[in-house]
Write a protein that binds this ligand. Sequence first.
Ligand SMILES: N[C@@H](Cc1ccc(O)cc1)C(=O)O
Length: 412
Amino acid sequence: MNAKERIELITGGLQEVLKGNILEEVIEREGRSLKIYWGTAPTGKPHCGYFVPMVKIAHFLQAGCEVKILLADIHAFLDNMKAPLDLVAHRAKYYEFIIKALLRAIGVPIEKLTFVLGSSYQLSKEYQMDLFRMSSIVTEHDAKKAGAEVVKQVSSPLLSGLIYPLMQALDEEHLGVDAQFGGVDQRKIFTLAAENLPSLGYKERAHLMNPMVPGLAGGKMSASDVNSKIDLLDSAETVKSKLKKAICAPKEIEGNGIISFIEYVLFPISELANGKGNGRFDIQRDVKYGGNVTYTSIEELKKAYSEDLLFPADLKKGLETALNALLDPIRNEFASSPDFQAITEAAYPSEDKTKKKKKEKKIGTGYVAMKAATDEKALAEAAVEGRKHVEDAISTGAEEAIGKLKVMDGPQ
Ligand SMILES: N[C@@H](Cc1ccc(O)cc1)C(=O)O
């Protein structure tokens, strides 16, 4: 691969690149490998949306970059304590396990990749002094603005949310990289870094931004909306039921999470395996709907979909098969590794228990409302409400709730 091809591979499919000349400087003129990092704050469990940055990381490695993945444990805490301090070390370990499994699942050699734990260098005297220096040149207003799309916005914002973007900016210097990679939601933090590192006597870095890929419900993938994301360890049955609920309007391409997932995850992964331009996506289909079909480009698939030659149900079925094939090796790694299982329990203890309790409480409320209903209409409304919770509960495996299903169904 010559320098031009390397740069093309590194920047392919990105939404935006700032200071792209740094790539040329390093790869063409200096003739060394580009050092780049991607940071992730170990909060909730990573979902299928994580395949999106992984595909780019695969490209960076193919292009000969030195890639670091920052497990930003302190950031996970600073962002409204999404990860409590006593759990954050376990969560960082869990992220390392699952990210490695994910990369193996898409056939990326992970030997050339380094994982760095944020707290392993961010507590040093030098880093802390830099943080104080930075806090004396960035205004409160600018720090707040920088974090607006990344740090959770709450009614009484904590000071920690202002420290977060400053530290992300400093990470570029302290990780010794040429570039930072992230979603375009990181843009304001990236520009804060670009504007302020030079004032501290440090180099401005290049910034590489991936587009935001809509979740399966059409919106931004969010850890809080169960149906907008599929967990990397979800069973085949859960995948099926989540896909069933995903919005997929016939003929509509714009904001269609199913098509985006195929575009940004499945085609690129298929290309990783078969070579650029050789991606493919198979759909098994009843003969009466046209029989099995293979698309060799996303444009071809989109065209068929918009012309109603490919129906939502068949598209979903194709995604289900492809996704399960992708998740199978991750599920197998989990099933065969006691260490992986132990770290999951340590990182997310009793998560299921708390969830179950909440669901059961909601069902209880629905049931009480039904009993209290005095007319037909109120009864019907309460039943619908209660039933929704039961459905939710079944998908999360709340045993007791399932037992109550009969009670809920009774009065209807
Ligand atoms: N801001 C990133 C996490 C991150 C933290 C620190 C960094 O240096 C880089 C990235 C996110 O939204 O997940």
